[in-house]
Write a protein that binds this ligand. Sequence first.
Ligand code: HH2
Length: 342
Amino acid sequence: MKDARLRDYLRPIAMSDVERPAGALPLAGGACWFDRVEVLRRGTEPRIVAASDLDAAARDRLCAPRPDFGGLSLDRPRIMGILNVTPDSFSDGGLFLKPEAAVMQARMMASGADILDIGGESTRPGAAEVSVDEETLRTAPVIGALREGGLDLPISIDTRKAGVARAALQAGASWVNDVTALQFDKGMAALVAESAAPVILMHSIATPATMQDDPRYDDVLLDVYDALATRVAEAEAAGIAHDRIAIDPGIGFGKTLTHNLALLQRLSLFHDLGLPVLLGASRKRFIGTIGAEAEAARRMPGSLAVALWGVAQGVQMIRVHDVTETRQALSLWQACTTGGAA
Ligand code: HH2
């Protein structure tokens, strides 16, 4: 039988120079462009072809502006601010466990963020599972208080559990961010389908408790791409509309440093899925390793570098702890590349 994985994968070579050559195509309708595509195939040397050689369907997947996502236009990069209402998150655990502290932090982030991502269970490597009740108790009241206080940014609930997501949506959350791409809780796909909520499908393998135990891939880039393509097809089969799905390669989730770098270097491949791409690398371990900084809270400079790299690869959303600093960095990146402010 023919191996479906033996196919061409198209990676637009993302550029952000202010001048574009004739024939340059917009990357996913955003500020980046491309005029060459790297063609990847398992077991074969990559080759580079001109963008003008693409067929109409591939051209459309790579170039078409992504529709608004949950009410947010994606014509410019968007910042998702992280709020972990947990005692044990790897970089801010315990800081915002008290509802008042969480609400204050969310309000501070709201001035620079486009989306707030609120989570009540750490997914750091080795983390233990939290019950639905406990996770709901941590997140829903904070979301409710923010809405009562008039906050009108999109709020995503970072959970792998349908019960937690349901309570969060009732309390005023607008998106679901599932680090298991609807795999952990079999009720999650139905919940997302029946709500009007957009969903972020992130790639991960195994559970946080075991995911860093010697993760292996044939080809991490193409395996993650295929897994996300499957998850997207399953989500659509469950009744979730295509334009309500964004994807995320899941940096650090069942990935070694080498895996993370392979994904980051060829990040623009994920545009070939024709969906908005989110990148979450903020303060993660590989930044500490390469940047020689053991303390996660001091990894902001390295996190900015990776966030801007993601933006230069055309990703539409970046998930970060340091919202104000990322906003400043992004404004400067945009001023240099397009002359426009963020
Ligand atoms: N990373 C974390 C949690 N949720 N969601 C998406 N879509 N992408 C990510 O990369 C991602 C995520 C882990 O980071 P953090 O929330 O800061 O830590 P913890 O899981 O320890 O709370």
